[in-house]
Design a protein around this ligand. Structure first.
Ligand SMILES: Cc1cc2nc3c(=O)[nH]c(=O)nc-3n(C[C@H](O)[C@H](O)[C@H](O)COP(=O)(O)O)c2cc1C
Length: 234
């Protein structure tokens, strides 16, 4: 089953306000509590995975997760994102080679001691097996601007924030659907536009390998901040 049943979207730039009713069914508080507790516990189990099994994943689950991400709110509803789903092993290999080339320079000193120290507890290095072991990569691009019908460049607003929220929703959807993922940001990421032939208005935001953890997968033993360290109630 594909997800292309929606109406095609066109930019509404300059169109008048057109309200429509919104009446979602209200959930009983008891039901909300059950669901929020369950969701909190399931989200706590999410971890970034860097060692993947090469087992295939159900392709529709990945497409559905991207469809979830594409419901994210965005500045002026401009939806400034493109998700490139890469399964082709040769392209994944090219991405890995280019990423490792950049990462070697980064880990050999480009990052600087402070950044390297921040990364040390994660145990990462320049070898990026996840880019070829995971059966799928989602390469997320942010659209810095769009081109009007007249060919003029038009600004997108709050692009970083919008794409960040969409990626958060993508990670949640993948996790809650039983798949593991990693946000990988090899720096610089210009090679991704070249390898994937993306247009000039798009800038790579992250590479997200998706799959199942390898049988012997290990993750860094990290702690998360307690709720009272991140939340202030006024
Ligand atoms: C914006 C962003 C960039 C990241 N870049 C990388 C990366 O390049 N390589 C990597 O191994 N992990 C990367 N991560 C993953 C983080 O290291 C990871 O989320 C963090 O250590 C917490 O671990 P957890 O996701 O298992 O809770 C990135 C995460 C974010 C949100």
């Amino acid at each position: 089953m594909t997800t292309t049943t929606e109406e095609r979207w066109e930019p509404a730039h300059g169109a008048p306000y057109h309200p429509v009713p919104y009446r979602p069914e209200r959930m009983e508080p008891a039901e909300s509590l059950t669901r929020s507790a369950e969701l909190r516990d399931r989200m706590r189990q999410r971890r970034s995975v860097r060692q993947f099994s090469s087992d295939p994943v159900p392709e529709q689950v990945v497409r559905d997760a991207i469809a979830c991400a594409a419901t994210a709110p965005s500045g002026a509803h401009q939806q400034p994102w493109t998700f490139v789903l890469v399964r082709d092993p040769q392209i994944r290999r090219r991405i890995r080679e280019a990423a490792e080339h950049e990462e070697r320079t980064s880990y050999d000193g480009r990052l600087g001691e402070e950044w390297l120290a921040a990364l040390r507890p994660l145990g990462t290095d320049a070898v990026k097996t996840h880019l070829t072991d995971a059966p799928a990569l989602i390469v997320v691009f942010q659209q810095r601007y769009w081109l009007g019908a007249d060919g003029a460049k038009r600004k997108h607003y709050y692009v970083d924030e919008s794409v960040g929220i969409a990626v958060g929703m993508l990670l949640s959807a993948l996790h809650l659907s039983g798949l593991a993922a990693l946000v990988h940001t090899p720096s610089p990421m210009r090679f991704l536009s070249q390898v994937l032939g993306r247009p000039e208005n798009e800038k790579a935001f992250a590479v997200i390998p998706v799959g199942y953890p390898a049988e012997d997968c290990q993750v860094p033993g990290l702690k998360r901040k307690a709720l009272d360290q991140v939340m202030v109630e006024v």
